[in-house]
Design a protein around this ligand. Structure first.
Ligand code: IPM
Ligand code: MN
Length: 602
């Protein structure tokens, strides 16, 4: 049992916190939730937004879930104190900054993922204890600071009292631990690129210092490619080609700005979670603020908070995977029928949270949650990665490895659908004696595991069918991803209406009943010289169907992602006016699977 300090805060904080916690309630998480006070009301009533009792609670618990907290600039904050506390020298320091600095939570992990289309998945890791947030921010300079800036002509013209200064603090202690955290995170999430975001063309010395640390520490992580980009260029690329990024590491203020930009790229602050991690503590919160103007209206999007809970579960290493909550949020986001105003819907906070809850299977006991639940496909990262890729890129990747995979002659029947799943193979044979009445060929479908891609071998027959509307609706109910027939289908109009990914050699109206029967399931199937083994990954879209042998799947995904990066880079360069031949040369079209590396920025 882990203990969590729950600090709902103010504004929309309490409502998104309770909606999210209600939604995950059915998972029976082994968590001891202990509620505490923080935020604007504490400041207004006690002159301290993080009361002593809350620090104590944080000390006693394993981690913390924070809703949202209002932060206001100096003057507005002072004005809201009770009269007796005004003018007593109390200053409002943002509680989140207090937590980060006092608990030494130096890495602020802000994942940016495309929930609906899976087009991009990167993480901004923001330094959380120093940089421009270190607290050296003064108006009216003492001698030491004045001596540092007095030669600037504007300082000369203003004088020490009329000058203000903020220092960007960078220490080897701070940089090294952040960089190491960034590399370890990249490695653990399978990201191959770490981008250091800085401003070396202007902040020459501090950036060079950071660069030296990066070069040194990168030596311990030879499997991860590094680059240093200017923060302004990163802002551009994050909008234009978010898929090119893996892990971005940035100074506190740069990371603050880029993580809001990232939230915008993923569809709004209502979707962006974050985790603040140190060596001895952590807290999790949505990136969004307290939106006081929206409080109490049941309008705020609870998804960012749900995703923050998922991130917290990952961090606590609980048997209940955060991934399950993410998948539930994704399902609701994809469906678009129950979403809040920011995602184009009309649903309220609680309604969205309930929809997410509906996607989560209830757990009978904590023990049961360690095993994948019946009726739910276990998560399968390789299938997910391949599902995001175009078959053309996957085919190029297979080619580059000298592996054939295209199931020639099996054509899409439902335009615009695409699917990927592990092959469940089915072999049919002709019925030899027709005297015996009905032979049931398709009963295998009751036992197909969720997430499968059914591959039926009927020797390419176009004289009778092996699939129709009834099997389609059962397959959809069972969570089958798609069907490829080395044979024929009927009821094409209904299958189109159902939007089911179906691929076949032919289409005909003739029943297969009493013409074919089941020979076996789980047997290797060969189509036009290509063998499909049970468990291989089948990927299909409007280009057709191909099979990726299980043993090659990771390498193929890697290379196909490289192909898409290369083609994306060439497309963007051509759109920006570069000649096609130059763009191809620059981004390495001869070996596109190497990944469209950015030409180096001077
Ligand atoms: C964030 C917030 C905070 C920050 C504010 C509330 C102090 O914007 O967590 O990104 O600037 O870090
Ligand atoms: Mn921010």
């Amino acid at each position: 049992m882990k203990s969590v300090a729950v600090l709902p805060g103010d504004g929309i904080g309490p409502e998104v916190t309770s909606a999210a916690l209600d939604a995950v309630d059915r998972l029976n998480l082994p968590l001891d939730l202990r509620f505490g006070d923080i935020g604007w009301e504490c400041w207004r009533e006690e002159g301290n937004p993080v009361p002593q009792r809350t620090w104590k609670l944080l000390e006693e618990t394993d981690t913390c879930l924070l809703g949202a907290i209002t932060s206001k600039p100096l003057r507005e904050a002072e004005a809201e104190l009770p009269p007796g506390l005004r003018g007593t020298g109390l200053t409002f320091v943002s509680p989140v900054i207090q937590l980060r600095q006092r608990l030494n939570l130096y890495a602020n992990i802000r994942p940016v993922t495309d929930l609906v289309d899976g087009r991009f998945d990167f993480t901004v890791i923001r330094e959380n204890t120093e940089g421009l947030y270190a607290g050296f921010d003064v108006h009216g300079l003492d001698d030491a600071l004045w001596n540092a800036v007095r030669d600037h002509p504007n300082a000369q013209a203003s004088g020490a009292a009329a000058t203000s200064v903020t220092l960007r603090l960078q220490t080897e202690f701070g940089m090294d631990r952040l960089l190491r955290h960034g590399f370890a995170y990249a490695r653990s999430r399978g990201h191959h690129r770490l981008t250091l975001v800085d401003k070396p063309n202007v902040l020459r010395h501090s950036s060079n210092h950071l660069r030296e640390r990066l070069e040194l520490i990168a030596g311990d992580y030879p499997d991860i490619e590094t680059e240093i980009l200017n923060v302004d260029a990163v802002a551009l690329w994050m909008v234009r080609r978010p898929e090119r990024f893996g892990v971005l590491v940035a100074e506190n203020m740069f990371g603050d700005i880029l993580s809001d930009l990232g939230a915008g790229v993923m569809g709004g602050l209502g979707l962006a979670p974050s985790g603040n991690i140190g060596d001895h503590g952590s807290y999790f919160e949505p990136v969004h603020g307290s939106a006081p103007g929206m409080a109490g209206q049941d309008r705020a999007n609870p998804m960012a908070m749900l995703l923050a809970v998922a991130q917290m579960l990952d961090h606590l290493d609980l048997a209940v995977p955060g991934e399950e909550i993410r998948a539930a949020v994704r399902a609701v986001a994809e469906r678009r029928t129950t979403v809040t105003y920011d995602m184009g819907g009309t649903s309220g906070t609680q309604e969205v949270a309930r929809a997410v809850a509906g996607e989560l299977a209830p757990a009978e006991s904590a023990a049961e949650t360690t095993a994948p639940r019946a009726g739910r496909a276990p998560s399968d990262d390789l299938v997910d990665r391949l599902a995001r890729l175009d078959t053309a890129s996957v085919s190029d990747a297979l080619d580059s490895l000298g592996v054939g995979g295209v199931l020639a002659g099996i054509a899409p029947r439902v335009p615009g659908t695409r699917a990927a799943g592990r092959a469940f193979t089915v072999t049919y044979q002709p019925v030899d004696d027709t005297g015996e009445g009905f032979r049931n060929a398709a009963n295998y479908l009751d036992d197909v595991p969720e997430g499968s891609f059914v591959v039926v071998d009927n020797a390419g027959s176009t004289t009778c069918t092996n699939w129709g509307s009834l099997l389609t609706s059962l397959a959809q109910r069972r969570g089958v991803r798609g069907t490829a027939l080395h044979g024929s289908a009927r009821d094409i109009a209904e299958i189109r209406a159902a939007g089911y990914p179906l691929y076949s050699t032919g289409a005909t109206m003739v029943s297969g009943k009493n013409r074919v029967e089941l020979a076996a399931t789980g047997r290797d199937v060969t189509v036009g010289g290509i063998t499909v083994r049970p468990g291989d990954i089948v990927v299909a879209d409007d280009n057709g169907v191909l099979v990726v042998p299980d043993a090659y799947a990771a390498e193929v995904a890697e290379r196909a992602e490289g192909v898409e990066r290369t083609e994306g880079a060439i497309g963007a360069a051509v759109a920006a006016g570069l000649r096609l031949d130059e763009a191809r040369l620059r981004y390495g079209y001869a070996k596109p699977w190497d990944g469209g590396r950015q030409p180096s920025h001077a």
